[in-house]
Design a protein around this ligand. Structure first.
Ligand code: NAD
Ligand code: LMR
Length: 329
């Protein structure tokens, strides 16, 4: 081992994403093959036993990079000294629950977690929120961590980005590695806008390569935006391994950077770019450099894209207003 272990806190560790995610972190895929990790698992008291079972299996994996596992049911302890926080655990929507109820229930989770991160996380803390509604949960946590730079809080739209790559690659009969500069804009919800306006396929403009506006509007965008619901319909459970994979990608890129000539998508705190109100946690095309995500600047936005971006951002603003009314931000 070439360096000290990095502390990685995973909430919702006994859930389905947790089960797929933890083994990949332990194997070194989150931070790289030279970085040992200490896992700090946070669960609600009723699920601690299940998390202990997962920890037993992690032990049984004999992962050379896994320097230890601790399990907590207290957020303050779980985030103490942590460098990377993956906030996966969230309250799922149950029967008869309105959107406002869901936002309130999750506020009860992400407010104390934001406070705990503020109180005790390491100075280089990076936070990825996966639990839905991810953007607004990230906003709640961020607003309760005033001593942590706001840009350390992000929400996951990398799964949407990967879904868009896969759909476009299939349509054009190319590899996902042939495609550059796709972007997800807005909310991780059905209102999101997966854009190929600036995308390139083997160096050529992707929209020209597709040359089928009807496919873009009627197939590509809804397929990507509603993929989560389609997976639930098919599996009877929401996406888990693909979500874990995207979380690994998000943090790996954050730490290691984007390749020259490409970007990725992440929901980051808006600085007002592209008319997205400052402070909203919205998905943008982003590059990563020196351990920081930055919004790609100076892109021309066509009319079709403008309408789609505005609609998704309006939904984010509504969610922010709702949690503001509840006193959660
Ligand atoms: P799951 O129900 O299998 O697991 C969630 C776990 O979180 C449970 O073990 C639960 O006990 C735990 N939990 C609940 N409250 C907690 C708290 N306060 N502290 C710590 N742990 C807590 O769910 P899952 O399939 O693993 O999905 C987790 C979340 O990720 C859901 O909100 C889901 O909608 C979301 N998700 C997001 C994306 C994305 O792209 N952003 C993709 C897939 C799923
Ligand atoms: C997904 O995108 O798969 C998740 O956010 C689950 C969902 O509810 O769509």
């Amino acid at each position: 081992m070439t360096q000290a272990p990095v502390n990685v806190t995973v909430t919702g560790a006994a859930g389905q994403i947790g089960y797929a995610l933890l083994f990949r972190i332990a194997s070194g895929q989150l931070l790289g093959p030279d970085t040992p990790v200490k896992l700090r698992l946070l669960e609600i008291p009723q699920a601690v036993k299940a998390a202990e079972g997962t920890a037993m299996e992690l032990d049984d994996g004999a992962f050379p990079l896994l320097a230890g596992i601790d399990i907590f049911d207290d957020a303050k302890q779980a985030f103490s000294g942590t460098n990377v926080a993956l906030l996966v655990g969230a309250r799922p929507r149950s029967k008869g629950m309105e959107r406002g109820d869901l936002l309130e229930a999750n506020g009860g989770i992400f407010k104390p977690q934001g406070e705990a991160i503020n109180a005790g996380a390491a100075d280089d803390i990076r936070v990825l929120v996966v639990g839905n509604p991810a953007n607004t949960n990230a906003l709640i946590a961020q607003s309760h961590a005033p001593d942590v730079p706001a840009d350390r809080f992000t929400a996951m739209t990398r799964l949407d980005h990967n879904r868009a790559l896969a759909q476009l690659a299939k349509k054009l009969g190319v590899s996902v590695t042939d495609i550059k500069k796709l972007a997800i804009w807005g909310n991780h919800s059905a209102s999101q806008y997966p854009s190929i306006q600036h995308a390139e396929v083997n160096g050529k403009n992707a929209a020209e390569a597709v040359n089928d506006q009807a496919w873009l509007a009627d197939t590509f965008i809804p397929t990507v935006a509603k993929r989560g619901a389609a997976i639930i319909e098919a599996r009877g459970l929401s996406s888990a391994a693909s979500a874990a994979s995207a979380a690994i990608d998000h943090v790996h890129t954050w730490v290691n950077g984007t390749p020259e000539g490409d970007w990725t998508s992440a929901a980051v705190v808006s600085d007002g770019s592209y008319g997205v109100p400052e402070g909203l946690i919205s998905s943008f095309p982003v590059t990563a450099k020196n351990g920081k995500y930055e919004i790609v600047q100076g892109l021309e936005i066509d009319e079709f894209s403008r309408t789609r971006i505005d609609a998704s951002v309006a939904e984010l603003a509504e969610e922010r207003d709702a949690v503001q009314k509840l006193g959660l931000v």
